[in-house]
Design a protein around this ligand. Sequence first.
Ligand code: KG4
Ligand code: ZN
Length: 353
Amino acid sequence: MTKILAIETSCDETAAAIIEDGYKICSNVVASQIDIHRRYGGVFPEVASRQHILAIGTVIQDALVQAETDWDGLDAVAVTYGPGLAGSLLVGVNAAKGIALARNLPLIGVNHLEGHLYSNWLDHKHSGHPPRKKFPALCLLVSGGHTELVLIRHHGNYEILGRTIDDAAGEAFDKIARLLDVGFPGGPAIEQAAKDGNPNAYNFPQARLGGSYDFSFSGLKTAVLRVAQKYSNVDKLHTPADPRRSGSKMPVADIAASFQTAVVDVLVSKTKAAAEEHNVKEVLLAGGVSANSLLRNKMMSSLSQPVLAPPIWLCTDNAAMIGAAAYWRLQAGQTSGWELDVVANLPLVANSN
Ligand code: KG4
Ligand code: ZN
């Protein structure tokens, strides 16, 4: 039995978890800073790192208590060292180093993106055994900073088939939510606003990029902006007003629903094509945007391969997924030295940027 204390502080969640044998969630504590950042309309990096410092001690302590264990029960300490906000990552990495050094435990630096992939390896149903996984698998990793189609041949063996060439899918959700003034964070706010809207009200562009597996959301963003500019209640955008402004109230629900459909359709069609070309046995969803129910439902109904997605609470940032990824690294003997440092733009696959 291997118990790993995992720590995650890459963005605005201070998180710690205890994971047994890479799949059993003994505890999973997440202290969210969402309410603090809401007033800025996005994550304020300096505020985020200060909040991590305030929360980290309690969050780790809670993870130990909830797992009914103590320092002596741990076999290793894992921590996210990138990608993410440098100041935020530093808090987690230094906490992990301190614990590992004090308790003479192996230290495992984990790539946040690999953590998202491994959210699919956690036994969230408490079935008592690890979820069985079949390789090769294809993972659509969609978060606030990343949109990648990853071919997983085996543990730790990844090929990036496609990625965004501009905004990440989550970033597009966040920007459009700000434009439509529906709330923060943008993804869940757009999903909520779209519930009462007509997804076919606007035919927003979906960048196909000549059949490649890369994504682009900037054209879609501009198209949504153009529509929004036609309405008088968007003066706060500080963009030149369209002289053909209608003066009527912006149909927020219709725009949100049409935007969401455009994003989801392009994500689903590229994932489907890549899954078929590479003959994968399973398709996995990961990252904050995979919490989106339209994406989950369309993916499951459109693909012939089994589509697996973690529960919503494991899609957004958490430390359980970091513990799951760390377990496989530990099994492969891949621990980190004391020189482990944060890497704000760490790619999933070296030299793939
Ligand atoms: O994975 P994550 O928690 O953090 C990063 O690593 O970036 O992803 C956060 C992103 C945000 O852009 C957020 O708006 C988006 O995931 N998101 C969603 C939903 N829930 C979170 N996007 C669409 N629909 C959702 N329900
Ligand atoms: Zn994330």
